[in-house]
Design a binder for this molecule. Structure first.
Ligand SMILES: [Zn+2]
Length: 271
């Protein structure tokens, strides 16, 4: 196909024509649909619509596509600056500047971690209530115990609460305890953060753990994805070394896996 967009033929050698190939056509359609979708979701400004185009809120050509992309790029830079600005608070945690509360990990006799009451209260409703219940008569609480977390897990939790992010190595190691903390201390951002990672890294080695965490944290979408994955990789997972321990610990989930797998087999037979 002699496409006027992607053809490698130099412009001067090309006969005048106005055809484009199927891939360029599909690509252009996708970009237009995406721009319209983002505009309807108010993620893109409408002020860039060219003055010659009719006053319509939907985009029908690619005239403004590059303007929109530049706009998004600028916005990304602004957001990055904002993240850097907000990240300065994480430095206050690392260097223990004006910290006013101690967090004690539950097991191992490791030292407690210094943090800021204000940050804990803004990140978690549970911490907020806990700190408010100090009462005006009693001396303010000096420490909070998180009995279910180790020192390392607690440190990762704080890093995440201060900076909104965590290096992959630590996230991989602590994602299950962090997800549980997100559920227990009611921190929706943390729950989503962990959920995204668990979904992205779902594999035969992690699927059973993810299913268990999703059940404990009542996370329906994550549970469905984990269950689907297990059913699709039933043989490898059921004969894996961890399955027996999982089944003993979670008999109800084992029943659900068996049922889902049988339903899937029946569906496949019918098709
Ligand atoms: Zn083309």
């Amino acid at each position: 196909m002699d496409c006027s967009i992607c053809s490698s033929l130099p412009v001067i050698l090309r006969p005048p024509r106005n055809t484009i190939c199927a891939s360029c056509y599909d690509g252009a359609k996708c970009v237009i649909n995406l721009i319209n979708k983002l505009q309807n979701d108010h993620k893109l400004p409408t002020h860039n619509v060219s003055p010659v185009s009719p006053p319509s809120s939907s985009c029908k050509t690619l005239t403004n596509a590059s303007k929109w992309i530049i706009d998004l790029k600028n916005r990304e830079e602004e957001l990055e600056e904002k993240i850097d600005f907000l990240g300065e608070f994480a430095a206050a945690f690392r260097h223990r500047i004006h910290t006013d509360i101690q967090l004690k990990p539950g097991f191992d006799a490791s030292p407690s971690i210094s943090a800021h009451r204000a940050l804990l209260a803004t990140r978690s409703e549970i911490f907020k209530n806990l700190l408010e219940s100090d009462g005006c008569k009693a001396a303010p609480m000096e420490s909070i115990m998180l009995p279910e977390m180790s020192h390392e897990e607690l440190e990762s939790l704080m890093e995440l609460l201060y900076s909104g992010d965590l290096v992959e190595e630590k996230l991989k190691k602590h994602v299950y305890s962090l997800a549980m903390a997100g559920d227990k201390y009611e921190i929706p951002y943390l729950q989503k953060f962990c959920e995204r990672y668990m979904l992205k890294s779902l594999n035969c080695g992690s699927a059973l753990d993810v299913l268990e965490i999703a059940e404990v944290c009542s996370c329906r979408a994550l549970k469905e994805s984990a269950m689907d994955f297990i059913v699709r990789n039933m043989e490898e997972i059921v004969f894996s070394p961890g399955f027996e321990a999982f089944a003993l610990k979670n008999p109800h989930l084992s029943v659900q896996i068996t049922r889902a797998s049988l339903m899937d087999a029946r569906k496949n037979r019918e098709n």
